[in-house]
Design a protein around this ligand. Structure first.
Ligand SMILES: [Zn+2]
Length: 316
């Protein structure tokens, strides 16, 4: 068990990450049809703004540092049968991993759990890193956020392109990236939906943000609310059916799940799947069951055993 309290100067770390996120968000908002010179001036201005902005929150952040304990696990530890998690949060995460195919987290190099960080979202992930920020979440929500982030890790780390030649219309995603089959169901580009996309093609409001959130929200919905997903597919057999099929065939290799609460009434308008109640006890029982089986079957049946790609941008 490696319980690492961050020994670097935390003030600097927090400042740095905050400024970086702030810059990334705004940089993406600069319209691409601007002239090159204007884009560079905008970038310069944002960098300047970043610098000043980064100074302000530090005073407040300083008072939170003591609460901001950090647990870091490497993928090696996670996969080691003899690894003893030692904390409640790490234990939950490792349990949940037993239920999902090994290939989904094969690309993961670091899994970091922060117990409290005011400035960070509840979770964020790319192909190699997954960071959870426990804040005031209960166990059910904590695991939900973890599964949502696992959706990103799977999308970015497992569904990798054969050849890295030409970029697709989906930003940094290569043309041969298998995720594109999923994105193309409802999306024109990363943030622009097709005209034919229906409101009921999406599992939640948040999944309408961009292609990556669409994937991650559909992924967690597939695991935790499988029965409801199948109900909706029967009701709206268009985009949703394609998404369900893609997940079932390519991501979960035929395995279906359901951890919805008995007689739970789903609202017509779900904002965020991680906020929807599910049967945590049933979920943890299934995780314990899954421990008894090997995951070799999943690996054998995978059609995506290719190289792991590196998509660096974080999705939250
Ligand atoms: Zn996300």
């Amino acid at each position: 068990m490696s319980l690492e309290l961050d020994t670097r100067i935390p003030l600097f770390v927090i400042k740095e990450s905050y400024a970086q996120d702030f810059g990334e968000i705004f940089w993406e908002e600069i319209p691409t049809d601007m002239s090159k010179r204007l884009r560079w001036w905008s970038k310069f201005f944002l960098l300047l703004l970043n610098f000043f902005w980064s100074i302000f929150p530090t005073a407040q952040a300083f008072s939170d540092i003591k609460k901001n304990e950090i647990i870091v696990m490497t993928a090696k530890e996670i996969l080691d049968e003899n690894f003893i998690p030692g904390t409640k949060e790490a234990d939950l995460v490792i349990k949940a991993l037993k239920l999902i195919p090994y290939l989904h987290y094969k690309s993961l190099e670091n899994l970091k759990i922060k117990k409290y960080d005011k400035l960070e979202p509840r979770g964020k992930a790319n192909s190699e890193n997954l960071i959870l920020n426990k804040k005031n979440m209960d166990n059910a929500e904590f695991l939900s956020v973890f599964l949502h982030e696992m959706g990103h890790v799977t999308d970015l780390g497992m569904l990798t392109p054969d050849k890295k030649n030409r970029k697709s219309k989906f930003y940094s995603v290569y043309q041969t990236d298998p995720s594109i089959e999923f994105y193309e169901i409802d999306w024109e580009s990363v943030k622009k939906k097709k005209q034919t996309a229906k409101i009921w093609d999406f599992v939640s409001e948040y999944s309408r943000t961009d292609v990556f959130e669409d994937f991650a929200e559909s992924y967690i919905f597939y695991i935790l609310h499988g029965e409801q997903f199948r109900n909706l597919v029967r009701k709206y057999p268009e985009g949703l059916l394609k998404k369900y099929k893609f997940l079932k065939q390519n991501i979960f290799w035929g395995q279906e799940y359901d951890f919805s609460k008995n007689n739970f009434k789903y609202s017509e308008n779900i904002f965020d799947i991680t906020k929807i109640e599910y049967d945590l006890e049933k979920f943890l029982l299934a995780c314990n069951e899954a421990e008894k089986h090997t995951q070799e079957d999943f690996v054998r049946r995978s059609r995506f055993l290719g190289r792991m790609k590196r998509k660096k941008n974080y999705n939250t």
